[in-house]
Design a protein around this ligand. Structure first.
Ligand SMILES: [Zn+2]
Length: 197
């Protein structure tokens, strides 16, 4: 299902049963940027059909938020696209890509910021910011390490600093409906986490 966020920003919704994340769609005048490409073929097809139906640009730029297979597996189905990713993610993508921490990408009349996000979930997470909408992928989720939730105070501290400094109104999470959050909610959530709650 395609969800509209603004006139330029959409996403293919996630699917809980098959653990398939959202695909963000940001439409410029000359290029379309996809935030993640997911792992279920129909979800990517839905995004591409949507672009064709609306005559949106098919010059594709893909920004994988992190290296986990559910976010990048469908890259094998797209031959022709430019990829911007973190150094760690690039290790899992066997093709040419622009390795970036932070970057500005021009989609034609629309600028998108790629922002490196400290995260307990995965190494090398990137967020994508456009018109106050921040796609965070899984960056705010935790990760299990040896059966316990991975927790590192210095990373949470870096997250608080990072999200406080980003100008965004709403964050869109890879796998959740209810975890769409604004900046204040996210910073509060991280501060609670810092206390160990
Ligand atoms: Zn993940």
């Amino acid at each position: 299902m395609i969800i509209k966020v603004t006139d330029r920003i959409y996403y293919v919704d996630h699917e809980r049963e098959r653990i398939c994340p959202k695909i963000g769609i940001i439409v410029g005048d000359t290029h379309t940027l996809l935030v993640d490409v997911a792992n279920e073929e129909e979800h990517l097809k839905e995004a591409l059909d949507f672009l064709r139906e609306h005559h949106y640009p098919l010059n594709l730029i893909v920004v994988p938020t992190h290296f986990h297979p559910d976010h990048i597996a469908n890259l094998t189905l797209i031959d022709d696209c430019e990829i911007y990713c973190s150094k760690n993610t690039s290790r899992y993508i066997n093709r040419e890509c622009h390795v970036v921490d932070n970057a500005e990408i021009d989609l034609g009349g629309l600028s998108v910021s790629v922002i490196s996000l400290p995260s307990l979930h995965a190494k090398g997470c990137l967020g994508v910011l456009c018109e106050g909408v921040l796609f965070v992928g899984d960056a705010l989720y935790s990760r299990m390490k040896n059966g316990v939730e991975y927790y590192e105070k210095s990373i949470i501290g870096a997250e608080i600093k990072s999200y406080s400094n980003i100008e965004f109104d709403v964050a869109i999470f890879g796998h959740d409906v209810n975890m769409l959050g604004n900046k204040r909610e996210i910073v509060t959530f991280l501060k609670e986490k810092m206390k160990g709650n």
